[in-house]
Design a protein around this ligand. Structure first.
Ligand SMILES: C[S@@+](CC[C@H](N)C(=O)[O-])C[C@H]1O[C@@H](n2cnc3c(N)ncnc32)[C@H](O)[C@@H]1O
Length: 262
């Protein structure tokens, strides 16, 4: 890959992120000066605003793939990891999904989730919508809040951010997903090309601080497909990763997958 392509790609994204997020961060500090010592809070304020622009574009680009991945397969109680501004809920077939559980640790995104969920026919009033503020790694807390195991887990561009992703994945599947339940993902991943992977590794220590914890270099597709239980057996009855039509030189190269639990 040409040096200029990789450098310009990320420099452009970092510039956009700062341009969109910084005014909100400065306003928040002006209103509450003690926030200057709270990087996590500032990062969330920035990201909630940045994702209004980035998320929309990302959703439009992924629409065809997300429709084929989510609409025919999501059913019953659906847990959406890192629901963001609610871009996943419009893909749910309301006649097959009984409850939408949106897991989103950034509270600045909750009003958007609520709005999109209402438009898709889910509401807290009738119990078909639940918004949780914990992270995906807090599996015990998720289970006690939802009060039942779930039929479908969806992760769209979120496993790049989750702490301890492999342990979290195993716990989500073992403890929260019902047998026969489906895990659907659409993620940007570590490239199979050595030159692209080099740049992903190069940029990740910077990008992770700019973009609210996002890692460019996680082989999430392999972590999901190779997931095994305590005795080393696959947790899946069936499943496969699918290619997405995405430029190979892009540092956000992505794959999606559909896996069914044993
Ligand atoms: C790139 S955004 C994707 C949002 C959404 N899935 C979409 O497709 O528009 C990643 C999301 O993961 C959330 N997130 C961050 N840490 C998380 C964690 N530990 N567990 C679950 N979600 C997390 C972020 O707040 C953010 O909304």
């Amino acid at each position: 890959m040409k040096f200029s392509l990789a450098v310009l790609d990320l420099v452009g994204q970092i510039w956009m992120t700062l341009r969109l997020g910084l005014p909100h961060v400065l306003r928040a500090i002006y209103a509450e000066p003690s926030l200057i010592f709270n990087w996590a809070a500032l990062s969330r304020i920035s990201f909630a605003n940045v994702w209004i622009a980035f998320g929309e574009g990302s959703d439009v680009h992924g629409r065809e793939d997300k429709t084929s991945l989510i609409t025919p397969h999501a059913r019953g109680v659906v847990l959406d990891l890192g629901a963001g501004h609610g871009y996943t809920v419009p893909y749910l077939d309301r006649s097959k999904v009984t409850k939408y559980v949106a897991l989103e640790p950034n509270p600045h995104m909750h009003s958007h989730i609520r709005e999109k969920a209402h438009a898709a026919g889910f509401s807290e009033a009738d119990g078909s919508l639940l918004i949780l503020s914990c992270g995906a790694e807090a599996t015990a807390s998720i289970l006690s809040s939802v009060d039942t195991k779930v039929d479908t887990i969806i992760s769209i561009l979120t496993l790049c951010t989750v702490p301890a992703p492999q342990a979290t994945l195993l716990s989500l599947v073992q403890d929260i997903l019902v047998p026969g339940g489906e895990f659907l993902f659409y993620e940007h991943i570590l490239s199979h090309r050595a030159d692209v992977a080099w740049w992903q590794n190069f940029w990740t220590p910077v990008w992770v601080h700019v973009f609210d914890g996002c890692n460019l270099n996680r082989p999430t597709n392999l972590w999901v497909s190779d997931l095994v239980d305590d005795i080393g057996e696959s947790v899946w009855a069936e499943g496969k990763c699918l290619d997405i039509d995405w430029p190979e030189e892009n540092l956000f190269w992505r794959k999606m997958g559909r896996f069914v639990k044993k």
